[in-house]
Design a protein around this ligand. Structure first.
Ligand code: FPP
Length: 251
């Protein structure tokens, strides 16, 4: 990572909170499930966009650790939709070199064994692909990720001392530590929250919020977001550019 950049390059990793399926449907007097179903089309469009712009990593927040608060019928329908979408799009994903992986707490998905089988199969069938790393966060929470990272570290270093804990020593235990951290975070539907998505990984990510509901987000919307990202001046805590560092007048 450079200390300062005008971000002219494409983001190496985009993370998206796909929000607004329910409101999109409500506005059309349709069921919430219809909104989620249209949301799958938006996923396809954004995957195409990433392939087209050569964005190597995309992570989509599909189901959070807090989404269990939804009616069981909606949770079940969402998981069924995911299974159907995976089956329908597997050919496309393989043909375009997409490597799928799922992040999140699988232990609490154990009641959904057919879903777990499907996730495992999709990961297996796309393993080795490297055009786009598509990560789907399912039963994922940023706080859960921090806790599982700390547990992983402690289990590997049972006699650690406080000085052993550092950004460098903990980082490898977080989800997706093998990929670059997100350069660009997108949230649709006009909400301005992280909602327990990546907490550790977003330390220097550029944020982009749009009022567009997720089912209406498409390749063009992605191109617009990337354009905004490319006009940002990223300094990573540095001062950037050529600045006068002579503080003689004040010190
Ligand atoms: C948020 O909209 C959306 C979700 C919780 C689910 C997202 C899932 C999909 C787009 C479908 C399956 C995903 C993949 C990766 C194929 P909301 O229901 O919170 O909308 P609202 O805030 O308007 O009610």
């Amino acid at each position: 990572m450079s200390q300062s950049s005008s971000a002219v390059e494409v983001p190496q990793h985009i993370a998206i909170v796909m929000d607004g399926n329910g409101r999109w449907a409500e506005k059309r007097s349709m069921s919430r499930l219809s909104g989620h179903s249209k949301g799958v089309d938006a996923v396809e469009s954004v995957v195409r966009g990433c392939l087209c712009h050569r964005v190597p990593c995309l992570t989509l927040f599909a189901f959070s650790t807090e989404n269990w608060r939804r009616p069981v019928s909606e949770v079940d329908a969402l998981f069924s939709l995911l299974v159907v979408a995976l089956r329908q799009h597997m050919g496309f994903l393989k043909e375009h070199g997409v490597c799928l992986s799922f992040i999140g707490d699988r232990f609490f998905l154990s009641n959904y064994s057919s879903l777990l089988d499907e996730l495992g199969r999709a990961e297996e069938e796309t393993r080795g692909n490297n055009k786009l790393f598509l990560n789907i966060a399912l039963n994922y929470g940023g706080r859960w990720d921090i806790i599982q990272a700390v547990k992983g570290f402690v289990s590997d270093h049972p006699s650690f001392s406080p000085e052993d804990i550092s950004v460098e020593s903990l980082s490898p235990y977080f989800c997706l530590s093998h990929l670059p951290e997100p350069d660009l975070f997108i949230r649709t539907s006009g909400e301005y929250r992280i909602s327990n998505f990546f907490l550790w990984q977003l330390a220097y990510t550029e944020f982009y919020f749009t009022p567009v509901f997720w089912p209406d987000f498409n390749e063009k919307s992605l191109t617009d977001a990337i354009g905004v990202f490319q006009r940002r001046n990223r300094r990573f805590g540095s001062v950037g550019g050529s600045v006068d560092c002579d503080f003689g007048d004040v010190l």
